[in-house]
Design a protein around this ligand. Sequence first.
Ligand code: ATP
Ligand code: MG
Ligand code: MG
Length: 562
Amino acid sequence: VMDPEAMFKQGFLADVYNERPVKPVITRFPPEPNGYLHIGHAKAIAVNFGFAKYHGGQCYLRFDDTNPEAEEGVYFDSIRDIISWLGFTPFKETYSSDNFGKLYELAEKLITLGKGYVCHCNDEEIKLQRGGAKGTSPRFRCSHADRTVEENLSEFRAMRDGKYKPREAFLRMKQDITDGNPQMWDLAAYRVKNEPHHRTGTEWKIYPTYDFTHCLCDSFENITHSLCTTEFIQSRVSYEWLNKTLGVYEPMQREYGRLSLSGTVLSKRKLRALVEKKIVRGWDDPRLYTLIAVRRRGVPPAAILEFINELGVTTNRTIIDIKRFEQSIRRYLERTVPRLMLVLDPIPVVIEDADELDGTELNIPFSPKDPAMGDHKVKFTKTVYIDRSDFREVDSKDYFRLAPGKTVGLQQVPYPIKATTFSKDDSGNITEVRAVLDKETKKPKAYIQWVGSEGSHTVEVRITNPLFKSEDPDAAEGGFLNDINPDSEVVYPNAMVESGFDEVRKRAPWPEAAGEDKLGKGGPESVRFQAQRVAYFAMDTDSTDDKIVLNRIVSLKEDAGK
Ligand code: ATP
Ligand code: MG
Ligand code: MG
């Protein structure tokens, strides 16, 4: 097991700290509340909350809500919930919009310093000023840049007071157009917008841009290390320019590589299409990689953190195949969850001479490797259920499971069984197998899982497979919607799980030491186990008092099929 703090001890994040080795460290995680967080955001959460925690500091949760459109209450709640599920506690919850007043004051200050002007140019004109379509002609400023401070102040106040419609006027920073970095070419600071804002209602008719807001909000919160993704490398210059120009506290921005997954889609627009076309059940469908989906599927939060830690943090963008993600989750589950027996497609086996064993209690450990997980009792019964795929009507030499005349071991049962006969229904499906105990064979060639007829549960099992057929759904002919895997979910409505499930459920969350436990946040998805010879499963939120629904978290081995 890897050092869970490895990503902070060496490499990029250690270098970032050493550049500014201050205490206390203050960071922030600044999501835009316009959608559900996805697996990429888990990296940003791990980086920002983790870095602060590692250095004994604090991390703010800042809702970056400067865009009045597309912000809905449900996203705020979901973001909070996921952060706490991942085991982190924000120092404070803040909103960029809390600072609208302060930001406005600083915009006036910028104007007063001769570093801001109100401009009325359209997109075409601005493009020309920035060197034309190819960016090769000389850059220049429009005449608005020559306005006096007084004129700029009164124009900016006119913007504020609703004199201008959207696009008729905007405030620009007066930076340095001779600089090679486009982030210095007199960026927009404020725009006119008419939409009401989620929190400030109709109070404002102008809204600050990302470039104006982000560095200042970081400054207000005394952020020591402002960690963002590499798309913002060029923005570092404007970030530093604005804080310096205004003479406010200067946080240090550094950029790490985004995490992307191949074989799936993460963009909101695409996820929305999948949800609206009912290709998936919702934003939390276990086949998606939103964090609410990954959670519902049963992936433990600590496994996600371990995965991110394993990848490490560098300045490179990391594109990971979902198989590698699953491999990492599998390794985590292997050592942390209990084992049970489950059959997907049960057929009854009547063991004719097992009368004296009927009702015997077997003591079965939850884990062959970890005695601390304890054990549980399972009743062996004269009729047991095995998986349809573990029986064959016609035996062959290279086949080691049950067939007429053939012996197989039942896991944890002292004697193997040998099939004698079987019956079928009109359509040729096996309805029952008859067998006898085989006390001669000491070491059967194979053991199969079974479920007894007492105390077991009939459950619905959903085998979740990749939602897309290809590694790169976007590159598929006709787009990602043309790349849907028709077998992305295979349902076994009458699967059976052994009685030990009740205890696993009672003792959830598994793993017992996980963050969700400490926070008391274990939902049905924290009821996790390895179904021996089948897969890892967790309880789905569709489960009711009368019906248990299980999701496959991951297969036991890569490419296990089903
Ligand atoms: P998306 O468009 O995918 O929603 P975003 O950048 O608009 O991404 P924000 O809500 O602004 O999403 O993200 C909040 C924080 O999470 C930002 O600091 C952003 O850099 C970071 N982040 C977003 N996506 C990733 C990713 N794939 N990997 C790492 N960090 C990410
Ligand atoms: Mg963003
Ligand atoms: Mg976003």
